[in-house]
Design a protein. Structure first.
Length: 266
């Protein structure tokens, strides 16, 4: 029996999610998308998970969708049932929504090529660390396609509308250093240090106040969906809930006592 297309493990409050089709550059098949959605849902449900790191096995992050020996990619690759044929959302939307609805921060450790759908997955992450030799590119236009997994929506938020047009119209993979200049990467690190740095960063988040991180992530996700007045109401409602939490009381008490706070997620 072959290994699953997505591997997960939990340690020190961090769930490591690894796209696991290294012989195929971690290209996406239906099993991978299903398992990825399940992993994101599991991270939300587990009290011992406060951050998530997404990476790829082998030399690639994710080279996009699986393409058969014929060189063809069709809707049938990801649509198998009658329900899916009539579902206008499909797996592209389900995956993007799963990332959007994550209640734990998501860190991308881009260890190699992130192209097409893999580029889109990287954009779904809150923070992206890239290996020095990694590259990212939309490549959709080179296949006669537009974008998926919310790539165009997220990209213009990250780099601005003009740069988003340029990157999507061109489609060529971009070096890690150029990604850093554009804001697509938050950090570029040596290849052999990437996962260690991503996990260390995630553990730092995981040691913080879980409720506050969840509220902050929800606020950032909703910031583009609401008018200013509705956003302010949403923000203050979240803040009121945090004021009533044990973690907030601990945070202020630790400040007064000049010590590190001990957060419990309560």
């Amino acid at each position: 029996m072959s290994d699953p297309a997505v591997l997960t493990s939990v340690d020190d409050g961090v769930m490591l999610v690894t796209l696991n089709r290294p012989d195929a550059m971690n290209t996406m098949d239906l099993e991978m998308l299903q398992l990825l959605v399940e992993a994101l849902a599991e991270a939300n449900e587990r009290e011992d998970v406060n951050a998530l790191v997404l990476t790829g096995a082998g030399d690639a992050f994710c080279a996009g969708a699986e393409i058969g020996e014929s060189g063809r990619l069709t809707v049938a690759t990801f649509v198998r049932t009658r329900e899916e044929r009539l579902d206008r959302r499909g797996w592209s939307t389900r995956v993007a929504v799963a990332f959007s609805e994550s209640d734990v921060p998501v860190i991308g450790a881009v260890n190699g090529m992130a192209a097409g759908g893999g580029f889109s997955l990287a954009l779904c992450c809150d923070v992206r660390l890239m290996a020095e030799t990694a590259r990212m590119g939309s490549i959709f236009i080179k296949r006669g396609l537009a974008s998926d997994f919310g790539a165009a929506y997220r990209l213009q938020q990250i780099v601005g509308l003009g740069r988003a047009h340029e990157l999507l119209y061109d489609g060529d993979p971009v070096s890690a250093e150029r990604c850093l200049e554009l804001g697509l990467a938050n950090r570029v690190v040596p290849d052999d240090q990437l996962l260690d740095e991503a996990l260390a960063y995630a553990r730092k988040i995981a040691s913080g106040p879980p409720l506050a991180y969840t509220a902050m992530r929800r606020l950032l996700q909703r910031s583009t969906e609401l008018t200013m007045i509705h956003y302010l109401e949403y923000e203050w409602t979240a803040q009121l809930g945090l004021f009533a939490s044990r973690d907030t009381r601990e945070g202020f008490r630790a400040f007064a006592e000049r010590r590190e706070p001990r957060f419990e997620g309560l």
